[in-house]
Design a protein around this ligand. Sequence first.
Ligand code: ZN
Length: 67
Amino acid sequence: MADCKHDYVHLDTQYLYYSRSFGNPTYKRIDRFYCTKCCEQKEVVKSECDCYQPEWFDSKNSRTVRD
Ligand SMILES: [Zn+2]
């Protein structure tokens, strides 16, 4: 499928909150997409280490990970 003109649709989004005893937490968002033509999947990962929650992060749907 080397010449597939990928047509990606959104599959799901994960929100991960990495809490730390010291320092700022890390906010991570993983968007998964798949191609409707060849079913290839791709992930787009955003990550930010900050004391404030970035606007692309949805805390209601997040999972907390202890570092
Ligand atoms: Zn494709």
